[in-house]
Design a protein around this ligand. Structure first.
Ligand code: DGL
Length: 277
């Protein structure tokens, strides 16, 4: 049986959190991951710059005959998903801040959405916000600087919590019950946020929904994935992952390997970089 080849990309290492979730459902699939760290952060770029990067990365993945691409980035999805779906014949799966599941499931209290400046101001998110702000109190907060720190490998450094506290201001003392991690990089910051909020915060991200959507889209295209259930995956098959980056190779590949091992409890095969011509 031929296992599907899935392309996943982000402005950097954030999309690894999506890759880890996809690999729980589809451990026998083959993955190409591209960390566009040389052009991060997308959240501070223009729409046309982001679109150009998305086409460049996806064109290269298309040449490798991927069966689907996951845009593992809320910012890139807001800017490029429509054009990407027009350009490629295989499924393109995008992401948006998980405000719907949060609004429907979070306990009483205010929902805090953390995203990039770009995602928060784009019409796609503003429409989503309008749908739910009648039923819940929602605060949307752009978070400049965090992506760069994570890309530098600093999620566990004291600077990260200092920067987070600066961005959050008085919010940790208010009635926040849930946080939507509306940027895939921020999924790495759950522990930092738990420390700062000191209360039982519920977290919502789009990763599970994205992985499920990927499984559905592949199934519609005839890719039967009998292993497509995280519960069924014990003992785990180690997914085959190839990683490449536009950033400083040694640093980014080492960071990817470290973060992926954390996310997947070391259940990864050693990966090889993609052909970077
Ligand atoms: N990880 C990305 C997202 O989900 C973007 C971060 C950035 O490059 O600004 O939005």
């Amino acid at each position: 049986m031929k296992h599907p080849l899935i392309g996943i990309f982000d402005s950097g290492v954030g999309g690894l959190t999506v890759l880890a979730e996809a690999a729980r459902f589809l451990p026998a699939a083959r993955y190409l991951y591209f960390a566009d760290s040389g052009f991060a952060p997308y959240g501070e770029k223009s729409r046309s710059e982001i679109l150009e990067r998305c086409f460049k990365i996806a064109d290269k993945m298309a040449q490798r005959n991927v069966d689907a691409i996951v845009v593992a980035c809320n910012t890139a999805t807001s800017s490029a998903i429509v054009e990407m779906r027009q350009r490629y014949s295989f499924p393109i799966i995008g992401m948006e801040p998980a405000l719907k599941p949060a609004a429907e499931n979070a306990h009483d209290g205010t929902i805090l959405v953390l995203g990039t400046a770009f995602t928060i101001r784009e019409p796609k998110y503003q429409e989503l916000l309008q749908r739910f702000q009648r039923q819940r109190e929602i605060i949307s907060l752009p978070c400049p600087g965090l992506v760069n720190l994570i890309e530098a490998g600093g999620k566990d450094l004291p600077e990260m919590n200092a920067r987070l506290k600066q961005i959050l201001g008085d919010l940790p003392a208010s009635n926040i019950s849930a946080i939507v991690l509306g940027c895939t990089h921020f999924v790495f910051l759950k522990n930092n946020l738990r420390t700062i909020f000191k209360t039982n915060i519920e977290f919502f991200d789009g990763n599970l929904g994205t992985a499920r959507q990927l499984v559905r889209m592949l199934a519609e295209r005839g890719h039967v994935c009998p292993e497509a259930s995280p519960e069924a995956n014990t003992p785990r098959i180690k997914p085959q992952i190839e990683i490449d980056t536009s950033g400083e190779r040694h640093h980014v590949l080492f960071l990817c390997e470290t973060l992926l091992s954390e996310l997947m409890n070391n259940q990864i095969k050693p990966f090889m970089p993609m052909n970077n011509d």
